[in-house]
Design a protein around this ligand. Structure first.
Ligand code: DSN
Length: 426
């Protein structure tokens, strides 16, 4: 068969797009060459339903080794006792937790999607909101921070079986201990989806939710800089959702529930090539250089957020503790929607995404906000001085988002700057 030039030309164009632009999508990153290599390896050929040592197919001895290494490295990274590295995505990992801990119709409490929450934490169009009874808590309008008083009141009044912390557009540290206290008070399971800050947590720059939550999920491709996928972990503490007391066997019971919720509950054959790539990424995250990288991600985000504030933008909550920030465009450009802003920035080779801001007056298709993050540009080697330049570029584009000449001028500068930061060795 001839080489599929149609698809490989597309891949080449995407590679070019990634190289020449400034990538500010907070949930994206650039994996290392060895992570890419593992993902594109012959491990994709192997069926391995089941778990290491207990598979439904022959010939799994070799992939078993890779999956065991992935689990061990992940446990070491977060000081966990249990790890499942098979979920194909973060939403899939969350679905497995729901399946292990709840029954259809059960109540759970998560952060409102339009206040920065994740789709799979109760959106009415997602399985989480369709199959279960989703309740939500918010951030405060005054300071953009999680309204823990409201969370506690709702937890006590509604007695959900599960409380979820974690967000896709929230720039502040969480008070996990406070949520755990109310979860214990009402007998709820406490789950944290640390998908966004997982890399910063692994580097010890933010509180480790594994110390506080019963169950923790994450994607592996955001700040953690691994392949696209999900995982589930548990620390020393774990829930016993069915009320059966098995003093010594509790962790085994919950781990068995989670394992079977992943396979056969919601997935078939695991993606062993992606699992091998996860193992490589976890190995990279255990290396001291990862701490240096994450510290720079955080510094870059703090400088970028302050630069936006200095130019008169409203940054939700006034700044950031992590890798991301949410900008409310309405204070500076009342008529500019996130949709138009995103399009103009993308035309200038600055990639970001429109985002609802808390208490938004516009729809999710228009939005009044933009979300920015520094994981990808930090991987490329950009430091604080470049953050100031990037905010200048963004500000210039947003002053005249319909002007093609303005956009072209910024794009030329963006491309010139990024040519100094090589991305791929191949
Ligand atoms: N869709 C993801 C994000 O961009 O944040 C949420 O996991």
């Amino acid at each position: 068969m001839n080489r599929d030039t149609q698809i490989f030309d597309i891949i080449a164009r995407e590679r070019e797009r990634q190289m020449k632009g400034i990538e500010l999508i907070a949930s994206e990153n650039f994996v290392s060459d060895q992570v890419l290599e593992a993902m594109g390896s012959v491990l994709t050929n192997k069926y391995a339903e089941g778990y290491p040592g207990h598979r439904y197919y022959g010939g799994c001895e070799v992939v078993d080794e890779a999956e065991n290494i992935a689990r061990d490295r992940l446990k070491q990274l977060y000081d966990a006792e249990y790890a499942n590295v098979q979920p194909h995505s973060g939403a899939q990992a969350n679905m497995c937790v729901f399946m292990a801990c709840l029954r259809p119709g059960d109540k759970f409490l998560g952060l409102n999607l339009s206040h920065g929450g994740h789709l799979s934490h109760g959106s009415p169009v997602n399985f989480s909101g369709l199959v279960f009874q989703a309740l939500d808590y918010s951030v405060k309008e005054s300071d953009g921070r999680v309204d823990y008083d409201e969370l506690e009141q709702k937890a006590r009044a509604e007695r959900p079986k599960l409380i979820i912390a974690g967000a896709s557009a929230y720039s502040r540290e969480w008070d996990y201990a406070r949520i755990r206290r109310v979860a214990d008070e009402i007998g709820a399971i406490f789950m944290v989806d640390m998908a966004h800050p997982a890399g910063l947590i692994a580097a010890g720059l933010l509180d480790n939710p594994v110390k506080h939550a019963h169950i923790v999920t994450t994607t592996t491709h955001k700040t953690l800089r691994g392949p696209r996928g999900g995982v589930i972990i548990m620390g020393k503490d774990f829930p016993n959702p069915w009320g059966k007391t098995t003093p010594k066997g509790e962790i085994k019971m919950m781990s068995a529930l989670l394992d079977s919720a992943v396979f056969p509950g919601t997935q078939g054959g695991p993606l062993e090539h992606v699992i091998a790539a996860k193992a490589v990424a976890f190995g990279e995250a255990l290396d001291p250089s990862f701490k240096v990288y994450q510290a720079q991600v955080k510094k870059n985000a703090a400088v970028m957020a302050q630069a936006f504030v200095d130019k008169g933008y409203k940054v939700i909550s006034g700044g950031t503790d992590n890798h991301c920030m949410l900008i409310d465009l309405r204070t500076k450009f009342p008529d500019l929607t996130g949709k138009v802003a995103e399009k103009a920035l993308v035309a200038a080779d600055i990639t970001t995404n429109k985002n609802m801001v808390p208490f938004d007056s516009r729809s999710p298709f228009q939005t009044s906000g933009l979300r920015f993050g520094t994981p990808a540009i930090t991987t490329r080697g950009l430091k604080e001085d470049r953050m100031l330049q990037i905010v200048d570029f963004i500000d210039t584009v947003l002053h005249a988002p319909e002007s093609e000449a303005n956009i072209a001028a910024v794009r030329a500068e963006v491309n010139r700057m990024m040519a100094n930061y090589p991305l791929f060795a191949w």
